[in-house]
Design a protein around this ligand. Structure first.
Ligand SMILES: C[S@@+](CC[C@H](N)C(=O)[O-])C[C@H]1O[C@@H](n2cnc3c(N)ncnc32)[C@H](O)[C@@H]1O
Length: 307
């Protein structure tokens, strides 16, 4: 009871401080997050990394299942958003197995509902879905100890976990022998890595803004990883206008993860955000108004020498 009171006190204190400073994370409003994320996705210029990653993963995942149960694949997706990546992976694995179980963990109700609708429309035959509308921390608290997966994906979501080491330890533990874990975050020197680390994380809820921390976690434990970088560019035009459009404002919200960032009073933090974006545009080898970033995929294969 005592610790429960303390937790409630801490949560209300953080909330009070956040609203007092006028800063709120876009993650605090599910619908707003989706609007801001959609703008970001429309502003990205990237080569699609999914075909390259699936070519690397597929043989390993097939081997992992064959060595375990033989014909039933168990997959876990964390922070899946609308789930288009997970559906892409599963559609490639599915023809190789009699059964596919895909467990989805996603706290945003709008995004998980979009995913459920997509699954209905795409009629993913032979795929059995299990839905968890909750953050990964809550999923961990209720997970069965003996539940293991051949393939686990956590794409662009581990920015938001406060206890990254605990989450990575859990995901690794949840791998079947020979199972594969795929994580993706942006690199620390890219646009999102740099701008996303400027607002204090208690407001932005961006706790681990780069792939560096994932690599450090595995390497310090002697667990080898495969690492692949995929360049992306973000069109930041309109962000510097005196009166930015709603669309450009939503992009700034996504880059900082601060809701209504353009309405935040001028401060050192705000100036640093604009200075960083300007510097990145100026350093870009292109003449357009884009800033570069890097998606870094970290793949861990739980083999005999990786325990
Ligand atoms: C940038 S989006 C990425 C979505 C999707 N994986 C993709 O690549 O398109 C981040 C996702 O992480 C989810 N998320 C935020 N906090 C989370 C948490 N604590 N546990 C699991 N997912 C979380 C968000 O709801 C959102 O869907």
């Amino acid at each position: 009871m005592h610790s429960c009171n303390n937790t409630l006190y801490t949560i209300s204190y953080i909330f009070m401080m956040a609203t007092e400073n006028g800063l709120q994370s876009i993650l605090d409003d599910d619908t707003y997050f989706v609007k801001s994320f959609d703008v970001f996705m429309n502003r990205i210029l990237e080569t699609d990394w999914s075909p390259d990653i699936i070519a690397k993963l597929k043989p390993k995942v097939i081997q992992s299942v064959n060595e375990a149960t033989g014909n039933a694949l168990k997959a876990l997706g964390v922070g899946c958003g609308s789930g288009y990546r997970e559906d892409f992976f599963v559609s490639h694995f599915q023809p190789h197995f009699a059964e596919v179980h895909q467990c989805i963990v996603e706290p945003n109700k709008d995004l998980i509902n979009q995913h459920k609708n997509n699954v209905l429309q795409n009629d993913m035959k032979g795929v059995i879905y299990e839905w968890h509308e909750e953050p990964v921390e809550e999923f961990i608290a209720s997970a069965k100890e003996d539940e293991k997966y051949h393939f686990i994906s956590a794409i662009h979501c581990l920015y938001h976990v406060q206890n990254l080491e605990e989450i990575l330890g859990f995901l690794y533990d949840k791998l079947q022998e020979n199972g594969i874990l795929l994580t993706m975050l942006t690199s620390e020197t890219g646009l999102i890595g740099r701008v996303g680390s400027i607002a204090p994380s208690q407001y932005s809820k961006l706790f681990s803004p780069s792939s560096r921390s994932i690599l450090d976690y595995f390497r310090t434990r002697g667990i080898s990883c495969e690492v692949y970088d995929y360049p992306i560019r973000v069109d930041v035009s309109g962000c510097f206008d005196t009166d930015p459009s709603d669309e450009a404002s939503l992009l700034l919200d996504f880059l900082t993860h601060v809701k209504d960032f353009t309405k935040v009073p001028t401060s050192e933090m705000k100036e640093e955000v604009f200075a960083t974006i300007r510097e990145m545009v100026a350093n870009s080898p292109r003449s357009d108004c884009t800033a570069e970033a890097q998606n870094t995929a970290v793949i861990v294969h739980k083999t005999g020498c990786n325990r």
